[in-house]
Design a binder for this molecule. Structure first.
Ligand code: ZN
Length: 674
């Protein structure tokens, strides 16, 4: 079976793998599915299966369908949040792409097409991960002439936004010492300094027991010397009201198919929140969402993760609709049921442990649609809500998305990475035998136990660690997972098959954090993104703290190439445990100085010689370091009265085709939103 797949995937990337023949593909098995869709720059586009969609009830299918529509309607919002010119850039380029009558095989056009594909991937003009601006490889002269010829409107300002790398060079600036707002192109603030925004948040801080997350759903703008909050809502002159109205409309249709009262309440509160923007309503929605544990279908829809805001406050719009993967859920349920045991036995100081670890619901889901900040690049796990007091009092939901990890894994089979970078056949054997399982287990441990573990000291909040909060929080969750995956308890619980399985994930994490993830960084640049900083911090801290006589792990050189050698896996585990205790203390006490120290010493800088070597070894493999997805297409079948009698799922839409359709069918925001 595996072999057949390898051949299929290889053949598929050779022919470029365009769209399928348009017929409805029902219940495709992984072996016959085409995972690879497109490849350009450092990006690969994959397709994911939605197994068991066909076996949902009609009501559940209709619910998924309307929630998917509500998801797709938020697409313009993330473009605008990522930068104030993004919608105009996208629309201008799409207009040229569609109206262009010249030779589409001509080099300049193809370079322009690549740029547009990249804009779609990033929901804007900055790299989705590194946050640096990218510019087209086609010439400005060609672009101007082509727009003129095709009758596409263009002005000098927009040309500068597209072609001048010094205009809005970074989406999000995290450089200590710089004004984070003035140096970020993200559109969460306008005309304010960092100090002014921080003062505003301080002044509006909610100190009640059930605090509202002030700023979650708004943009701060300076008008006539005054700081004004522009709230995202449909009422009045709410920001993004045009798009949110369609989100609400589809949520209302979804409401008719809700599975039970708990879910009905979730959807109702979300509708109300989108209308009013009232953060008390948002809290009610978030609590209702955490409590809705019995529905088969579930979803995230709205202003959620705060990585895009340099101050870590305003949520980027995202959506993901999903339903339960029952079989795989059993594994994470076992972990959750034992949450207290893990908390009690972790190597962290007693005062930073939760006395009562509760409410970590764990499930594995099947994603049915990805949208907003979750599309095309997407997380493989979700842990929400983000408000600490809700997590503490009501718990959180933690999910891993099995059909997406499946797609990543299947698409990467045989790409040459392990052949080049792994030390020997032994590491490759472990990866082959346990790699897929252990990457799932890692995500489960990270999401179900890691983020939910530990407690903050009184007076310490999420904002205490400022620009390093995300890096340290991710490191904490990763270390919790790494420490425990080697514990005999996991064999006892039946999560892993034996006491050797964890080794492949240890090897992968150290190698990735210390070396291979650098292939995603441009030569000469620092590590910026917080998950990458987290991984670098862990791997490089461990390698810096090994025993000087008998190192537990080390980087060795062989014929001019560097490799990771792990000599003592249990010894590495002890080091992970030590670092976990340190990171937990930093997070629990909000020790900003210590956080800066850790991040600056281990997580940011890149050894130029090593970096050059890695890129030279990596480039010939032709692998895309970043991957994203196209969604399936859901097509309602109506009876004579116009009622839904079925929803069909199709997997035949191409990358450009999908984005052009979304822009045609789900785009109502003005070019500039003030
Ligand atoms: Zn995480």
């Amino acid at each position: 079976m595996k072999k057949l797949l390898l051949i299929l995937v290889a053949a598929c990337s050779l022919v470029g793998c365009g769209s399928r023949d348009g017929k409805h593909v029902q219940s495709v098995s992984p072996e016959e599915f085409e995972y690879n869709v497109d490849r350009f720059y450092d990006l690969a586009i994959l397709r994911y299966r939605v197994p068991d969609f066909e076996s949902l009830s009609l009501e559940q299918k209709a619910l998924v369908y309307y929630l998917s529509e509500a998801a797709l309607w938020g697409r313009d919002i993330i473009y605008d949040q990522n930068g104030r010119y993004n919608l105009r850039v996208r629309r201008t380029c799409e207009a040229l792409y569609e109206k262009y009558e010249g030779d589409r095989q001509e080099e300049q056009f193809m370079l322009f097409e690549k740029y547009l594909k990249r804009v779609w991937f990033s929901n804007g003009i900055h790299h989705h991960y590194a946050a640096d601006k990218f510019v087209p490889e086609c010439s400005e002269q060609w672009f101007r002439a082509a727009c003129k010829e095709a009758g596409v409107e263009l002005n000098d300002e927009l040309v500068r936004v597209i072609f001048d790398p010094t205009v809005m060079p970074k989406r999000i600036c995290q450089d200590a010492g710089k004004d984070l707002l003035l140096n970020s192109a993200g559109n969460y603030y306008e005309g304010l300094t960092q100090a002014e925004a921080e003062a505003w948040y301080e002044q509006h801080k909610d100190t009640s027991d059930e605090p509202r997350w002030i700023g979650l759903n708004s943009k701060l703008v300076k008008r006539d010397g005054q700081v004004v909050e522009r709230v995202y809502r449909t009422e009045g002159d709410g920001l993004y009201r045009e798009a949110l109205a369609h989100v609400v409309e589809n949520l209302e249709k979804a409401l008719e198919y809700a599975e039970n009262d708990e879910q009905r309440l979730v959807i109702k509160k979300l509708i109300e929140f989108n209308r009013t923007g009232d953060l008390k309503t948002f809290n009610k929605y978030a609590i209702a969402w955490v409590r809705d544990l019995n529905s088969h279908v579930d979803f995230v829809n709205g202003f959620t993760e705060v990585y895009g805001d340099p101050l870590g406050i305003t949520g980027a719009w995202e959506s993901m609709v999903n339903f339960k993967n029952v079989a795989a859920t059993d594994r994470t349920r076992t972990l959750s049921a034992n949450a207290q045991w893990f908390e009690d036995n972790s190597p962290t100081d007693k005062k930073y442990k939760k006395k009562e670890c509760r409410g970590v619901s764990a499930k594995v889901i099947t994603a049915a649609i990805l949208a907003g900040d979750c599309y095309p690049a997407t997380p493989i796990g979700i842990n929400l809500p983000n408000a600490n007091w809700i997590r503490k009092n009501y718990g959180s939901k933690s999910v891993t998305i099995a059909n997406l990890t499946e797609a990543y894994y299947m698409a990467s089979q045989g790409d040459g990475m392990n052949e080049e970078f792994y030390l020997s056949d032994e590491e490759r054997r472990l990866a082959k035998e346990y790699g897929a399982l252990m990457s799932d287990v890692h995500v489960d441990l990270h999401e179900c136990l890691g983020h939910g573990s530990g407690q903050l000291m009184p007076g310490v909040g999420k904002e205490s660690l400022r620009e390093h909060a995300s890096t340290l929080e991710e490191a904490r969750a990763d270390l919790f997972s790494l420490y425990y995956m080697a514990d005999p308890k996991l064999v006892e619980l039946g999560i892993v098959p034996d006491e050797e399985a964890y080794k492949t994930q240890y090897y992968h994490q150290l190698l990735n954090g210390a070396m291979t993830q650098l292939v995603r960084v441009e030569l000469g640049k620092n590590i910026e993104e917080s998950h990458m900083r987290d991984r670098a911090l862990i791997a490089r801290w461990v390698l810096a703290h090994v025993d000087s006589v008998k190192p537990e792990a080390e980087i060795i050189e062989r014929e001019g190439k560097h490799y990771l050698r792990v000599n003592d896996y249990q010894g590495v585990r002890r080091l992970f445990g030590q670092l976990l205790a340190i990171v937990q203390e930093v997070v629990s006490t909000g020790d900003y100085e210590q956080a800066c120290q850790l991040v600056e010493d281990y997580a940011v800088k890149v050894d130029q010689d090593l970096h050059r070597e890695l890129l030279a070894r990596y480039q010939p493999l032709g692998i895309a370091p970043y991957k994203g997805f196209v969604n399936p297409v859901y097509q309602p079948v109506l009876d004579e009265q116009g009622k839904i009698k079925d929803i069909l799922i199709r997997y035949d839409e191409g990358y450009a085709e999908q984005h052009l359709r979304y822009s045609r069918d789900y785009s109502v925001l003005p070019d500039v939103n003030d």
